[in-house]
Design a protein around this ligand. Structure first.
Ligand SMILES: [Zn+2]
Length: 447
């Protein structure tokens, strides 16, 4: 088999399973199911040594990059990964900066607040990516695919982080970037990067789900390239978030990996990474994924935990009850229920990747829980006390772990990796938090 035959796209629906060539721009199969990037070859675990050696990059930005350091595990370009000229021709990178600073850290004050030992808790800040969030991981791969098929315009819907990342990559690559936003719902500061990088902002009446819908129609009608997490190539780059965590732990899987839940791209990519590593024999144990929804945007939690019509929605070995999801969305529409949380990064009512997310939860025996806005602010603030900056949605990870420990679901001697998805982009949140002396960690100004 030549390398050129290795990567392809495959429908996730087990009864459908349609396949497409890797250069296809379809986001879904012709029956409307989501797609996966698949690889026929099984990477040898001797690559662990190669990845480790690349941490001394020896002048290669592709070794320096926290995404492309693992390029053999996401080689949909099917290039000779040791050939730097080929890497330079195909792989899109912000000069090696995406994922470069991301790894798990110990944060003792967060551990104390959560009620676990400092040794068992790892928090991985993805906010130290160039555009300030985890999105750069997946944007590197999505824009690589955009470039591979010759796209001249990338398009996204965003509540802030995606637009910053897409705008930054587009500016670097000299291509256009259109950003659909829900009008009047985003703190202006969260869009300042998109403006700065020259993206075209398009305001849509409605919420994020409406903005996404309109952006997808634009791409369909006007020849652009969607870089939201509905794009399977976004998922490929985001696999490197758990790759870096696992590598740091010498590929010894933790008991839990915890994420905030929005569009469920992270849940999906973590699940796909773990499925692949397990299948390839790189890990022996499967960590359980925890998704933490905001109470105000709790679609996954409602469905997964049987809070709607009493049925616990599951992937069900590839036969999920999609009609239950449709009825839930109809119910949201009928009741005029809109997702509502100050953590705008996860203010999403219709998670694009819900089916892939369910698949990840089934594979990992995962858990879904919810936390309130005020809890998330505490989580965000205690991360700050350790000298790390994170956004409110990332606070969900911290208080989600705390909640599950207090419920006895996560045991005190379990090893937990929590992902902090982004850096603070709403400057007023910490100011308001600390000026209210009733908040747990508030330190109001004195005179
Ligand atoms: Zn299909």
């Amino acid at each position: 088999m030549t390398m050129q035959d290795d990567a392809y796209l495959k429908c996730i629906d087990v009864q459908c399973g349609l396949e497409y060539p890797i250069k296809s721009t379809n986001l879904q199969c012709e029956k409307g199911h989501m797609l996966d990037v698949k690889y026929k070859n099984k990477p040898s675990d001797s690559l662990k040594e190669v990845f480790y050696k690349r941490r001394n990059p020896q002048g290669s930005i592709f070794n320096e990059s926290g995404v492309w350091r693992f390029r053999e595990l996401l080689n949909f370009c099917q290039i000779d990964t040791e050939n730097i000229e080929e890497c330079s021709k195909y792989l899109v990178s912000l000069d090696g900066a995406e994922g470069r600073q991301s790894k798990p850290y110990r944060m003792s004050k967060a551990a104390k607040f959560i009620g676990t030992s400092n040794e068992n808790l790892w928090l991985q800040p993805e906010g130290y990516n160039p555009s300030g969030s985890f999105k750069d991981n997946g944007m590197a791969t999505a824009v690589t695919h955009a470039k591979m098929i010759g796209a001249e315009r990338i398009v996204c819907a965003s509540t802030g982080n995606t637009s910053a990342s897409a705008g930054m990559f587009a500016a670097n690559e000299g291509i256009d970037c259109d950003v659909y936003i829900p009008a009047g719902q985003i703190a202006p500061g969260k869009l300042s990067q998109a403006y700065q990088f020259g993206a075209q902002i398009i305001e849509v009446d409605g919420n994020f789900d409406d903005a996404l819908k309109q952006s997808l129609e634009d791409v369909k009608n006007n020849n652009g390239y969607t870089v939201n997490s509905i794009n399977p190539f976004r998922i490929e780059g985001q696999k490197t978030i758990p790759f870096r965590a696992l590598e740091y732990l010498n590929w010894e899987a933790p008991d839990w990996i915890v994420y905030p839940g929005g569009a469920l791209g992270n849940t999906t990519s973590c699940g796909k990474a773990l499925m692949e590593l397990y299948e390839w024999g790189w890990i022996k144990k499967i960590p359980r994924i925890v998704v933490v929804n905001s109470e105000g945007a709790s679609t996954l939690s409602d469905l997964y935990n049987g809070k709607f019509e009493g049925e616990e929605l599951r992937w069900n070995k590839g036969k999920p009850n999609t009609e239950l999801i449709s009825r839930y969305y109809d119910h949201l529409d009928k009741e005029g229920l809109r997702p509502k949380t100050k953590a705008t990064a996860i203010q999403i009512g219709r998670p694009t990747n819900i089916l892939k997310g369910l698949r990840a939860l089934e594979f990992t025996n995962g858990i879904v829980t919810t936390v309130s806005d005020s809890e998330m602010l505490d989580g965000m603030s205690v991360v700050g006390l350790n000298g790390f900056d994170c956004e409110m949605a990332s606070g969900a990870t911290v208080v989600g772990i705390k909640k599950l420990i207090s419920e006895g679901i996560i045991k005190k001697d379990d090893v937990v990796v929590g992902i902090l998805t982004g850096r603070q982009k709403d400057a007023m949140l910490p100011v308001e938090y600390h000026n209210n002396s009733e908040n747990t960690f508030a330190k109001p100004p004195k005179n």
